[in-house]
Write a protein that binds this ligand. Sequence first.
Ligand code: SF4
Length: 302
Amino acid sequence: MAQRLPDWLTIRVPRPDTIKQVEGMMRGKNLHTVCESARCPNLAECWSKKTATFMILGNTCTRSCGFCAIKVGRGEQLDPDEPENVAETTEKLGLKHIVVTSVTRDDLKDQGSDQFNKTIAAIHRRLPDVIVEVLTPDFKADRACITNVCDAHPEIYNHNVETVERLHTIVRPQAKYERSLQVLKMVKEIDPTIYTKSGMMLGLGETQEEVIRVLKDLRKNDVDALTIGQYLRPTMKHLPVVEYIQPKIFKEYEKIGEDLGFAFVASGPFVRSSYNAIAFSEKVMKERLDRMEQPDAAATQA
Ligand code: SF4
């Protein structure tokens, strides 16, 4: 079990005053960001790059993953104003890339997919040029729920596999590795113009062979973008860190990912699902513009 934080994980993170203003605005709209609840080390950097991650469907998850600090229990009442509030706050903050994520709501018939649909639609209606990335639960690979989200045309559909297959029973006991791959594959079947993305954490006891197998499995399911970061233990109640992975190993995985054909790879100790999301969305925006300017060329490329 890894003890002291290594040097590369001990940088002091600046928290400019602007963050307090943004937090105030969020609370005013009863909105929550994963950036804050996960005390993400990249918050200042992402918010200064006009990206943020909103969490919808409440603060209480119906699952209990061993790495996650989110409250577990009965899901909360849905807020019908949430979709419009997210869109309005996105506009007020001048965000260019917005990530909409959520807890898992196994307690709801549509598993929360309707609220995703409404939130994406509200943002697109108000801000047609903003890139919407959704980071969804697995919806138990229910095609109707995934179609419900895709029907609102998010530009990027993200669903994390989180770890290697062998460690799923301890890291995400209510999820399944193959089922998460199925979700990502289904999105491409439902709408091939949506970019798919997935991510994983390292340092939970996986081997390098197992990590490379995950990268190959994701590419086999046409996943376009990948994030790889270091697992950090939120509290003593959560899974211990088995290993702090050296930055050079993250660089090696980045190279392997690019060689496997991912259009975008972010791999590093501080990388999180939405880290540097704007870099990928700039690529998405460029390709979208190309598609609009030369629909025929785009059609022949697709
Ligand atoms: S399903 Fe998501 S929000 Fe729920 S405990 Fe797992 S990681 Fe956390």
